[in-house]
Design a protein around this ligand. Structure first.
Ligand SMILES: O=P(O)(O)OC[C@H]1O[C@](O)(CO)[C@@H](O)[C@@H]1O
Length: 331
């Protein structure tokens, strides 16, 4: 069973523009859709489609329209009742002058959670976690969550012998990093940062790392050296497996056996929303199948590539995912 936790779920509204997005301009919407979102929910949806037993824990009120849509996905979930409404995150898909599509995301902070609701979330999660289970903690933290919430939860889950992955950003990520540098039991077993998050965590130059995501793919060892160094730093600090997603350039994985790069199979981009979540799901799926690091990296990249070819936050089915083990190189 792979359990996912989405502390700050979102309704993902996607709007498509016929003309390039210009700051300060007036734009006409030509297509509009809303789907359930939030990082852990996206991971659970991809895993469920692949036949993996999974459960998504989500703080959401019984009357919230989010819950109705979540039920509609058919995935197994555990809704912890909260009073605040689930936020709406807006994705703007617009064409560029060169004919490609660009994704702009505007994420709301989310409704504040009360201290009592927060305790219920923690209780539900810890009660549900079985010894030796897998838990993926994903996304931002709504107001009301302590910024170092993930650190406390990782420690508590480790006390229950769970294997824990984390995918977060900004202050919750740096607070987690600060916590595990003090106490290694707060270090997750898996971290899945993108280039910018890797820079936030390791103090490496954000510009250099971020530029890799815009690279055309098939990066060389010299270009990837800062990523490889940063992943080794994180491993030395106690994070056993580090999967760095690099957008259209693919991903890097570091684990106890080595460090590898896999270039992306770049389709024409429809929407990049959820691609990182799908890459994390591909990695977790591979682990559940007993695959080794290079195979898991290839599956993660294939899931990310499949997701960007689909609209909005649409999650790929396994038959839409094309794993290319030959695209993995040791670094
Ligand atoms: O919790 P965050 O970091 O605001 O991210 C949430 C957003 O990210 C996604 O999970 C995609 O990665 C969307 O479904 C959602 O809108």
């Amino acid at each position: 069973m792979i359990r996912t936790v989405t502390a700050n779920p979102s309704l993902d509204r996607s709007v498509e523009l016929a003309a390039p997005l210009v700051a300060g301009g007036v734009h006409r919407i030509v297509a509009d859709s809303t789907q359930v979102g939030g990082k852990g929910v996206n991971v659970a949806r991809a895993l469920a489609l692949a036949g993996v037993e999974t459960e998504a824990l989500v703080p959401v009120g019984p009357e919230d329209q989010y819950l109705r849509l979540l039920v509609g996905t058919g995935i197994r979930h555990r809704a912890v009742p909260v009073a605040g409404a689930v936020r709406t995150n807006l994705t703007v898909l617009s064409p560029t002058a060169s004919g490609t599509s660009v994704t702009t995301k505007l994420n709301e902070p989310g409704s504040a959670i009360t201290a009592a609701e927060l305790r219920s979330v923690e209780q539900e999660l810890l009660e549900a976690t079985t010894s030796g289970g897998t838990v993926m903690l994903s996304g931002s933290l709504a107001p009301g969550f302590p910024v170092d919430w993930y650190a406390g939860i990782v420690r508590a889950l480790h006390e229950r012998n769970a294997w824990v992955g984390v995918d977060t950003s900004d202050v919750p990520l740096t607070a987690l990093g600060a916590a595990w540098r003090e106490d290694r039991s707060a270090a997750p077993d898996l971290l899945t940062p993108n280039a910018l998050e890797l820079a936030q965590l390791t103090g490496q130059d954000a510009g250099t790392l971020d530029a890799l995501e815009a690279a055309p793919g098939d990066l060389g060892p010299a270009e990837l050296a800062p990523v490889a160094r940063a992943t080794q730093d994180l491993r030395a600090q106690g994070v056993a497996e580090v999967l760095v997603t690099l957008g259209g350039a693919g991903a890097v994985l570091a684990d106890a056996r080595g460090t590898w790069y896999c270039e992306a199979d770049t389709p024409s981009v429809v929407s990049t929303v959820g691609a990182g979540d799908c890459a994390a799901a591909g990695y977790l799926l591979a682990r559940s199948l007993g695959e080794d690091g290079p195979q898991a990296l290839a599956r993660a990249v294939a899931y990310g590539s499949a997701a960007v070819a689909l609209p909005g936050t649409t999650i790929p089915r396994p038959d839409q995912v094309h794993v290319r083990p030959g695209a993995v190189r040791s670094l």
